[in-house]
Design a protein around this ligand. Sequence first.
Ligand SMILES: Cc1cc2nc3c(=O)[nH]c(=O)nc-3n(C[C@H](O)[C@H](O)[C@H](O)COP(=O)(O)OP(=O)(O)OC[C@H]3O[C@@H](n4cnc5c(N)ncnc54)[C@H](O)[C@@H]3O)c2cc1C
Length: 321
Amino acid sequence: MISAQNEEIRDVIIVGSGPAGYTAAIYTARANLNPLVIAGSVTAGGELMNTTDVENFPGFPEGIMGPDLMDNMQKQAERFGAEILFDDVTEMNLEGEIKTLSLADGTVYRARSIIVSTGSAYRELGLEDEKRLSGHGVSWCATCDGFFFREQTIAVIGGGDSAMEEALFLTKFAAKVIVVHRRNELRASKIMADRALAHEKIEFIWDSEVIGINGADKVDGLVVKNRNSGEETTVNVTGIFVAIGNDPRVDLVKDQLELTAEGTIAVDGRTSKTSLPGVFAAGDVIDSTYRQAITAAGSGCAAAQDVEHYLANVSETLATA
Ligand SMILES: Cc1cc2nc3c(=O)[nH]c(=O)nc-3n(C[C@H](O)[C@H](O)[C@H](O)COP(=O)(O)OP(=O)(O)OC[C@H]3O[C@@H](n4cnc5c(N)ncnc54)[C@H](O)[C@@H]3O)c2cc1C
């Protein structure tokens, strides 16, 4: 592809249009930094585009649909002058004072600072009906959706610490939580495993894989296959929480920025400062713990303020040089 260099050097380019990216755009636009947001092509708006009701984002007492919330954030960023391009970044060069970003359409953009807010991806089971029933009984987030399953029987898929955390949290709402695990023992830490094993509302189906999800409009069952006997069983559940891991989207930056042991972009304390000057990161791509829309938005706000201070310091240094 022939690349075209955009001559302008922007103050800030934001990569990602989830709650972190759009919040960073609102703040940097209101600070007159004229941000350019590279929103992604098919995934613009981020993870909340894949869900229905969001009931825990403050300011919406009746709740709001995920796509509507993201549409509002986009409009709010545009209202203050943020420019948004619906394309994917394919390459970033983050060294030096001026950073360059290449887009899938071949255009190259340059900026003094970058905010990386590319989010993270929950691992999927890879089943045909998983996407179709996402938000209709299939979930990746107990904190977000547990409330919808009061007095129901639900399944948690996985055997690690996060699966046990999800299962224990869900016991607050569900009548019964069935943990389906591929092995005959848990990978979770002893303390988490002991807590889950001892819980009266949690049952286990061992040595089993999920091979199917049933339900026309919403989940009404789960088909599991025993890995030793090959026997297939239908389990009656109305909700399925997939807790088999999460991958921060760091492919574009992993050779240039320091990462944490969890694979997120490493930042300096509570700031958004990465290991390279002028490069900031926000949202789920730096967060292996909270991963909520509101924490991502807060993190985008912090990144925008860090960018403002960085750019002010750079121009002050140039003025006194
Ligand atoms: C099904 C589901 C339901 C959820 N429900 C809730 C809920 O009810 N309440 C709640 O608080 N949280 C919920 N969450 C969690 C919440 O969605 C995330 O914590 C939040 O979206 C993270 O925001 P983010 O901006 O960091 O990343 P994301 O929202 O993941 O956004 C990442 C952005 O990066 C862009 N991107 C990635 N790679 C590139 C690239 N190469 N070039 C350009 N752009 C790129 C994508 O297009 C996207 O815009 C839910 C998550 C899921 C999966």
